[in-house]
Structure formats: C-alpha cells, structure tokens
Design a protein around this ligand. Structure first.
Ligand code: ADP
Ligand code: MG
Length: 238
C-alpha cells in the first residue's frame, strides 16, 4: 500500500529522518515508534505531502507520490490525523466531518451521505452537534479520526491518537482503530502507549535520531536489546 525507500529529511544541519525504508501491506496496521524527536512525525509529513523529502521515494500502491501536494495525496486516498489536533473550531463536529467529506464528493448531497456514514462507523452521534471549540481532548481525537475518514482514505496515518486520553478513552480508541482497519483501511500509527500499540500493530518500525534501528512483529521488537536500550529504557532489562 505504502512503501518508503531511503526517505531522508534534512533541516539545516539536522538529519531528522535518515535513509528510512519500510512498507505497509494492504489491510495491515503498522506501528511507528521511537523516542521524542526520532523523526516519526516528519515521516508522516513526507508521506502526506506536508514536507518534501530531501531525498528518497514514497510509493502508494506502486505509484510514486514523492513530493506531491497534500491535497493531491489526500485525493489519491491517504488521510492523516495530527498530533496537535486542528479542527475548525467554530464549526460543529458534524460540520467538521462534512468539510472532510466535501473534499472527495461531487456535490453537497453526496458529502452529507458520506458524513452520515462516517458518523455511524465512528459512533460519534453523541457529540455531532457540539462545537469543536467545546470538546475535551478525548472527543477532539474522535473528531479528528472521523474527519480524516470522511475523505474516504485507503490509508490512514494516525499521529499519537491516544495522547492525553484517559484509560477508558484509550480502550475505546483502540477498539475504534481496529474497527476502522477491519472496514478495509490500512493504518500507520505513531504511538507511545506501548501496550495499546502492541495489541493493534501487525508490524513495528522503530526510529531513533532519524535512523531505523529495528523492525519486526511486536514480539520481536519488544525483545530487541537495541530497542530496549533506546526506547523502552534500561529498566526494562530488570
Ligand atoms: N519543520 C521543522 N524544521 C526544523 N526542524 C524540525 C522540523 N520538524 C521537525 N524538526 C526536528 O526534527 C526532529 C524530528 O522531529 P519529529 O519528526 O517531530 O519527531 P517525533 O515525531 O519522532 O517526535 C526533531 O529534532 C525536530 O526538532
Ligand atoms: Mg511527533
């Protein structure tokens, strides 16, 4: 579905992402982990077209999409959520979802239909009439997911969707992520809550200082001494 090859992003003297390669197959959930500043969000920015790579290639279903503009990439079928959520604050949840749906619909009627479908799929009926500015962080993250889905993506990039959520909200968000994946959407997810990520991801890629230091199944990665040292903490040996 998505394949990145030797993806590199240089910010002045800093190599935020350095020769990173990975792929996610149709129907999979790929987890992207690593300490703060590892280059995870920068990878998403390059896949979604928010930042052009300094070098390297991004493929979507075999077609090269490197450096295309975000609206073009969204149109092709890749949607993302943001670590810092960005709703249209003055609009209601339903209107925000409708805006997402409009980007892919031929008219308002079709967009309304899509918005209704997404509202049902994401079980967000309880907050559709609330203004985005009045939402808790948990509900903002639900909106963010629904807004992205309204663009009918084949691939969804989730940037720390569980950050700031309560234990119960994390549980619900994990269930929802699985449900969306089962509805046919391939997912790449950046997440720090390891237990939750390990329970969702088919495969995990680990970054540190812009470099891929490990990859494998959740079991393989969590047993990799390099990962334990870099990320899970030396204490994990104890
Ligand atoms: N637009 C930018 N300009 C300059 N430096 C940036 C920019 N975006 C990210 N960085 C730097 O690149 C590194 C990787 O950042 P980021 O991809 O956000 O890491 P992560 O998401 O893994 O925490 C960090 O050192 C960060 O400060
Ligand atoms: Mg980040």
């Amino acid at each position: 579905m998505i394949k990145v090859e030797k993806l590199t992003k240089q910010f002045g003297g800093l190599k935020a992402v350095s020769d990173v390669s990975f792929e996610v197959k149709e129907g999979q959930i790929l987890g992207l982990i690593g300490p703060n500043g590892a280059g995870k969000t920068t990878c998403f920015n390059m896949i979604a077209g928010a930042l052009p790579p300094s070098s390297g290639t991004v493929f979507f279903k075999g077609q090269e999409i490197t450096g295309l503009k975000p609206n073009k990439i969204c149109h092709l079928g890749i949607a993302r959520t943001f670590q810092i959520v960005k709703p249209l604050k003055k609009l209601t949840v339903k209107e925000n979802i409708l805006v997402g749906a409009l980007s892919k619909s031929k008219d308002i009627k079709e967009a309304r239909k899509k918005a209704e479908e997404v509202i049902q799929l994401t079980e967000i009926e309880d907050i559709t009439d609330l203004k985005a500015s009045d939402l808790s962080i948990g509900n903002l993250k639900r909106l963010e997911m629904a807004r992205a889905l309204a663009t009918s993506p084949e691939v969804l990039l989730l940037d720390e969707p569980l950050g700031g959520l309560t234990t119960k909200e994390v549980e619900n968000a994990v269930k929802m992520t699985r449900k969306i994946n089962q509805s046919g959407v391939t997912i790449i997810i950046i997440e720090h809550i390891m237990k939750a990520l390990m329970s969702m991801a088919d495969y995990i890629v680990v970054l540190q200082n812009g470099i891929k230091i490990s990859e494998g199944t959740p079991k393989e990665v969590s047993a990799d001494p390099e990962v334990i040292k870099a990320y899970l903490g030396e204490d994990a040996y104890a």
